[in-house]
Each structure stands twice: as structure tokens, then as C-alpha cells.
Design a protein around this ligand. Structure first.
Ligand SMILES: Cc1cc2nc3c(=O)[nH]c(=O)nc-3n(C[C@H](O)[C@H](O)[C@H](O)COP(=O)(O)OP(=O)(O)OC[C@H]3O[C@@H](n4cnc5c(N)ncnc54)[C@H](O)[C@@H]3O)c2cc1C
Length: 458
């Protein structure tokens, strides 16, 4: 009898969940090892503290999620997630109010991150070959005798009823996918196996979040969803107010350059008052809060260069925030996790064509190289904004990136007066159009025409 093929995913947040859907097509058995126990209802859990904060799913991400889980969008809406016409959302861009656009963008579905993950876990539970191993912290990688191939993981399991009850177990696998987020231990585990750990590029604009959920009543019932962008280095403060399931509104305030929004009642509302538009302030000042204020500060951009390693073991893939984490204000993380899952699928299909008998020889290295290319655009986008903050630490943009940054300043200046340019910008932001559109003569001529006003935003 043929041996059952097995893939292990470390981490059951979005990158891990989406990867499992794809791996379920390629392996007989897929195990998601997650250190938390998943809540039975949509609710926060310790492993993803960011779930309390605003999560906007870009159009590209929404399309991929729907491909992976047909009907997911309707399920979210049926669970109360509001469907927002992009024309109803007001955007205070870095250069001022953007025109109300009627783009070809799809509706946005707004939900708490807890609802999204819960709904996806429910859908995955329908896959008989996907298994959740909860309460299991992966503590290391197992390898073959010559340490050229990863062969599984070692796990420390806690008992759900009796957390003091711990047991260790080694789990064998044909492929290990690390989706454990920024706290990923793979660099250390590789070192232990005799490999050079990947170099890291870190750019930190010291952005902090503070979030609170309010009941939809009084003035809040009449509020339009609003997103206020920061405009570094001059304007370090921004925020967003959006409806979510359960007839609630979620308000996230953000500040860069260590201009962190406070987590106390008065400070939070006062911070909202100082935004360039008072809409959020007026909406929340007398509103009824349903939660305490949650803060989050670990927002640095962090890129681990697995693609550059001179030696890399077979049967290992690193995805999601574990390889490339962004400052979340650009709303890219979940969509990039979806793109990573797609890339995993594509590379495994190619591998199958090359080795119909199922060998994964050469797969890991090729996958990390393709992934690095995939991350280039969202990474450049995030760091080009973040490197504008005066106190930003880390690698400085090279000349090419700096030119793109300067050019984007001009495009931003144009978009506030030009609905078509605004639409193009949003389509790139939502990752459904290539940034190459910014260099189309239709936009380039207008952007260069702004050179006289360059100081405005620079
Ligand atoms: C404040 C904030 C706001 C955000 N807003 C947006 C947004 O608007 N739009 C958007 O697209 N994205 C947003 N993101 C990004 C989004 O949350 C992540 O990109 C997304 O969760 C995918 O991350 P991930 O699955 O790679 O890692 P994570 O979400 O960090 O999950 C890692 C998982 O691995 C588990 N784990 C860690 N170590 C181990 C181990 N050793 N063994 C077993 N399990 C382990 C953790 O418990 C966790 O479940 C935001 C992020 C933050 C921080």
C-alpha cells in the first residue's frame, strides 16, 4: 500500500488557514499545528492580538478567498458583515479629500477579523483531510540524517482542560509550511540544523494602533465610513471608522513616529479630534463603547530573505508574516497571505508536472524565490511610505525606490482633483492593477505637471 502523504502547517491564522486549503489538494493529510485553542465562536485569541483592530480586505484578497472558498462572501454577509459600496466610503488621502469615486472596484465586505477566521475554519472543517492540532507549540524542525531535508516538527502540546498537562511529540511530514507569523522561529531552527539564518530587512516607522468597538446608535447611525491616511513626515495621525457585523462600528486610530494613540477614554477621543477631519471625533464622542480600547505597536516591516540563502533544506516553505510582514496601515497582509497560498498551489502543480511520482526535490528553494518576487511590490509600497517618517529606522530606500516615492507624491497630488487618477490609484492599492499604470502618459503628464507644487507634499 502507498504511504499517505502529509503536510504540516505551523500556525492557524490566515496564512496557515489559506495554505491548508491549497495543500489539501496536493497531500493526503494536512495538519495545522496551532499553539492556541480556537474559540468556538468568533472571538479574539492570544496568538493573533491584531484581530481586535481594523482589518480591510483588499479586492484582490477578496477575489482569491472566494476562489478558495466559493460562497464565503455571502456567508460573511449572512453572518452580519456589511457590504459597502466603495462610493459610500470617504477617503482623506495624504493630499486631502479624494473624490467620491465610482470605480470598477468591488464592494468591500467589512467584518471583524475574528469572524473571518472563524468562518474559514468552519469551511476547512468540511475538508476531511485537514486537521487542526490545537494547543500545540512547534519547538523545532526535524531533519533527515544528512540535514538536507526537513522531515517534520517537534511539538509541545498542552491539554485544553488541564493546561499544566504537557506532552512532547514528533510529527513526521513530507512538507512543513511555516505560517507562524512574525514570531517565526525558523531562522533559529535552521541555525540549529547547521544552516545560515536568513538576513532580515527591517523598516520601522513606529506606528501604533488603538481600537474600540461602539454600538451603532445615535450619531453613529448616520456616519459614513471614513478612512484618514497619514501623510508622513508632516501628518503622523490617521484612523478609520467602519461598520462591522453585529450592528457595531469599529474605530481604529493610528499614529506614526511614536505618536501613538492613547488607550484611555479621554486621550482616545482627543486623538480623534486632532485628525484633519473631525468626522470620527463627532461620531464617537457620545457613542456607547462596547469594548475597552486595545493597543498594538509591533508594526515594523520585516522581510526575511530566505531566497538569498546559499543552502536551504528541502521540504520547507515559509509564508505570510513569517517571511514578509508589513506595517498594517496599508491593509496588505491578508491579501498577501492569499497570494502566498496561490503561489504555493502554482509551485506544487509545477512540481507535480516535473515529478509525477510526488518528489519535492528543488521545490522549497524555487518557492521562496518566486515568493520573494511576489512580495516586491507590496513591500516597496509599504516601505516607501514608512521611510518618509522622520524617526523611521532601518534600511533607507535606494535611489530607484526614492524616485518612485517622489513620483508617487506627485500622483497623490493629482488624484485629489482627478477621479480617474484616484480610481487608478485605488485599483493599484487593491492589487487588481499593476503599478505600471502610474507611468501611463495619461497619468504621467498630469503628475509631472505637479512639479511646481512639489513642495506641497514633500
Ligand atoms: C494591527 C494590525 C492590523 C492589521 N490590519 C490588516 C488589514 O487591514 N488588512 C490586511 O490585509 N491585513 C491586516 N493585518 C495583517 C494580518 O493580520 C496578517 O497579515 C494576517 O493575520 C496573516 O498573518 P499570518 O497568518 O502570516 O501570521 P499571524 O496572523 O501572526 O499568525 C501566526 C499564527 O501562528 C501561531 N503560532 C506562532 N508561533 C507558533 C508555534 N511555534 N507553534 C504553533 N503556532 C504558532 C500564532 O498563534 C498565530 O495563530 C493587520 C495586522 C496587524 C498587526
Amino acid at each position: 500500500m502507498q504511504r499517505e502523504s502529509h503536510a504540516i502547517i505551523i500556525g492557524g491564522s490566515l496564512a496557515g488557514l489559506l495554505a491548508s486549503r491549497v495543500l489539501a489538494k496536493h497531500f493526503d493529510r494536512v495538519s495545522i499545528v496551532e499553539r492556541d485553542f480556537f474559540p468556538e465562536k468568533p472571538a479574539p485569541r492570544p496568538g493573533i492580538p491584531q484581530s481586535r483592530h481594523l482589518h480591510i480586505l483588499l479586492n484582490r484578497g477578496k477575489i482569491i478567498l472566494e476562489q478558495l472558498f466559493p460562497g464565503l462572501e455571502n456567508e460573511l454577509v449572512a453572518a452580519g458583515a456589511p457590504r459597502l459600496d466603495p462610493r459610500s466610503i470617504r477617503w482623506f488621502s495624504p493630499a486631502g479629500w479624494a473624490p467620491l469615486f465610482s470605480p470598477d472596484l468591488n464592494d468591500l465586505i467589512m467584518f471583524s477579523r475574528d469572524l473571518l477566521d472563524w468562518q474559514i475554519r468552519r469551511r476547512l472543517a468540511e475538508n476531511t483531510n485537514v486537521h487542526f492540532l490545537e494547543g500545540g507549540t512547534v519547538t523545532g524542525l526535524l531533519a533527515n540524517a544528512s540535514r538536507t531535508e526537513v522531515a517534520g516538527v517537534s511539538v509541545r502540546f498542552r491539554d485544553r482542560q488541564n493546561p499544566g498537562n504537557i506532552h512532547e511529540q514528533n510529527l513526521n511530514a513530507d512538507l512543513v509550511v511555516d505560517a507562524s507569523g512574525k514570531v517565526s522561529q525558523t531562522p533559529k531552527w535552521l541555525k540549529k540544523l547547521g544552516y545560515i539564518p536568513p538576513q532580515e530587512t527591517v523598516i520601522n516607522a513606529f506606528v501604533g494602533y488603538a481600537t474600540r468597538i461602539y454600538e451603532c446608535s445615535g450619531k453613529l447611525s448616520d456616519t459614513a465610513p471614513v478612512f484618514v491616511s497619514t501623510a508622513p513626515p508632516f501628518r503622523t495621525r490617521g484612523g478609520g471608522i467602519f461598520p462591522i457585523e453585529g450592528n457595531r462600528w469599529l474605530v481604529t486610530l493610528g499614529g506614526g513616529d511614536r505618536d501613538y494613540p492613547p488607550a484611555d477614554e479621554t486621550g482616545f477621543v482627543e486623538f480623534a479630534r486632532t485628525l484633519p477631519t473631525p468626522i470620527i471625533y463627532h461620531a464617537i464622542k457620545d457613542a456607547k463603547p462596547l469594548t475597552p480600547i486595545s493597543s498594538y505597536r509591533g508594526t515594523e516591516n520585516r522581510l526575511r530573505h530566505y531566497e538569498r540563502l546559499p543552502r536551504y533544506p528541502e521540504n520547507l516553505a515559509v509564508i505570510g508574516h513569517a517571511v514578509c510582514a508589513f506595517n498594517p496601515v496599508y491593509g496588505q497582509g491578508m491579501t498577501v497571505a492569499a497570494l502566498d497560498a496561490q503561489m504555493l498551489d502554482e509551485c506544487l502543480l509545477l512540481q507535480r508536472q516535473r515529478y509525477p511520482e510526488g518528489s519535492l526535490k528543488g521545490f522549497s528553494r524555487q518557492f521562496q524565490q518566486k515568493l520573494a518576487k511576489l512580495h516586491t511590490i507590496p513591500w516597496t509600497f509599504a516601505i516607501s511610505q514608512d521611510s518618509r517618517y522622520r524617526g523611521s529606522e532601518g534600511a533607507k530606500p535606494n535611489l530607484a525606490t526614492q524616485l518612485i516615492i517622489d513620483y508617487m507624491d506627485l500622483v497623490l497630488k493629482v488624484l485629489v482633483d482627478d477621479a480617474k487618477v484616484c480610481q487608478a490609484f485605488l485599483e493599484v492599492l487593491h492589487m487588481i492593477e499593476s503599478p505600471a499604470v502610474f507611468f501611463h502618459p495619461r497619468i504621467a503628464v498630469k503628475a509631472i505637471g505637479q512639479l511646481d507644487n512639489f513642495k506641497f507634499y514633500k
